[in-house]
Design a protein around this ligand. Structure first.
Ligand code: ADP
Length: 422
């Protein structure tokens, strides 16, 4: 039986159950002459029902809605009794399926729409010495001819193989889930320590300057006092930003990001965010460059402000004083693109895609530590993607970076408003 090798190969090489079962069943159907539909049912001990995990020759959507009780229909019976069964006539097959609930009969009918009543069937339990896993059933729906006892014996052998493969795949899935959990826990632990460290830097500074101001035996000039207060004020802003990022990230993670779209004049918004940033970063130079008649886009203005503020914040943080930051708007056929370019430290090519991963921070190239959460860009990406857009970066190490985000143009207001076009 040449297909037996093929079956063994699928079971050994295909690691994912959802991909393995349909391939395995289709091979089995090729191998066993009367078979034209096959399904693998697995038992969920939590609710004591069998559901289909793989099928061939059926319409899968209705079949997937069936939740067989142990003892119900061919698969339920094989699972419950642990016995392989040959239903060699249409009557025997119909009798085995007669106890399907009315709802399941209807779903089964939909799953086999356009096909005849089953002419014969075979069903074998899938079980190890310790555990009952489910059942494998094959039906003969279209062509004359019946399964034979030899088919049943063959299927019992194959059932042993598929049982091992299912167990292995399930163990692999459990292992991956445990791994993911431990990765998540590790990441959380890393996050706490990174953020604690990041928060300590501004806090140390706040504590230092306020303690100095409170010292009774030292008198500072009004200018120095003002300078210290200024530093305290700035460091408080940094702390606030860190906490804000953290809260935003958990809101987004909980799936609570809500976008309220409305027509947005991107150029006005960019000008306002940039002039705000220019006030806060007087050592940098800023330039906003949008073409005339820039289209109005449907977007959430608060969220777009947040993205731009974050990109401008980074442009300032990661470039030296005196650097020029350019905010540019471009229109393309399907989208509008806004970019923020700086003349800063740049980003190594291998880091370019990682910037949008949570907590990723490239090691400081400025020769000083820059406080940050590593959450700003991932948050920006979620917001942009929530708009149906995309975000990316281009950079040359030591020469500067440009961050782009594109938002789709379709929606309310594709055409430039009259007063803008003028
Ligand atoms: P944060 O700036 O708080 O660390 P972000 O998610 O905003 O977090 O940025 C992630 C990392 O991407 C930064 O730590 C930095 O290494 C890099 N990065 C972001 N913007 C720039 C930029 N304009 N120039 C150079 N590196 C940047």
């Amino acid at each position: 039986m040449s297909d037996t090798f093929e079956i063994a190969k699928i079971l050994v090489t295909e690691q994912n159950l959802e991909a393995m079962l349909p391939r395995f069943l289709s091979c089995l159907i090729d191998e066993l002459e009367p078979a034209d539909a096959g399904s693998v049912w697995l038992h969920d001990p939590l609710d004591d029902h069998l559901t289909v995990r793989g099928a061939q020759g059926y319409d899968l959507a209705p079949l997937k809605q069936i939740r067989l009780a142990p003892g119900e229909a061919m698969a339920g019976k094989a699972f419950q009794s642990g016995q392989a069964e040959l239903y060699s006539t249409a009557e025997a097959t119909a009798e085995a399926m007669a106890d399907l609930t009315a709802e399941h009969q209807e779903l089964f009918r939909q799953a086999t729409t356009g096909l005849k009543q089953a002419l014969s069937g075979v069903c074998v339990p899938l079980a190890t010495a310790q555990k009952r896993l489910g059942a494998l059933s094959l039906l003969n729906l279209r062509q004359p001819g019946s399964f034979t006892p030899a088919d049943l014996t063959f299927l019992e052998h194959v059932a042993g193989l598929i049982t091992v493969a299912i167990e292995t795949a399930e163990l692999r899935e459990e292992l991956a889930a445990v791994q993911a959990l431990s990765d998540a826990n590790r990441l959380k632990a890393e996050l706490v320590s990174t953020l604690a460290h990041e928060m300590r830097t501004p806090l140390t500074s706040i504590k230092g300057y306020s303690t100095a101001l409170l010292m009774e035996d030292v008198t500072f000039s009004p200018e120095t006092q003002r300078e210290f207060l200024q530093i305290i004020d700035e460091e408080c802003d940094i702390l606030q930003d860190l906490i804000h990022d953290l809260l935003e990230s958990s809101i987004i993670e909980a799936g609570l990001l809500r976008l309220e779209l409305q027509p947005v004049r991107m150029q006005l918004l960019a000008e306002s965010v940039t002039s705000d940033m220019a006030r806060r970063a007087p050592q940098h130079r800023f330039f906003v460059d949008f073409p005339q008649g820039f289209p109005i886009v449907d977007a959430d203005p608060d969220r777009v402000t947040q993205i731009l503020r974050n990109l401008l914040d980074n442009a300032v943080k990661y470039s030296p004083s005196g650097g020029l930051v350019v905010v540019r708007g471009e229109t393309r056929q399907e989208e509008v693109v806004v970019s923020v370019a700086d003349q800063g430290v740049g980003i190594a090519p291998e880091h370019l895609n990682r910037l949008f991963e949570k907590f990723f921070r490239a090691k400081g190239m400025l020769g000083r530590h820059v406080v940050g959460s590593g959450l700003g860009l991932p948050i920006a990406r979620t917001i942009v993607e929530g708009h149906g857009g995309r975000i990316w970066a281009e950079s040359r190490l030591g020469q500067g970076s440009t961050f782009y985000f594109a938002l789709p143009r379709q929606g309310l207001s594709q055409a430039p408003r009259k007063e803008e076009a003028e």
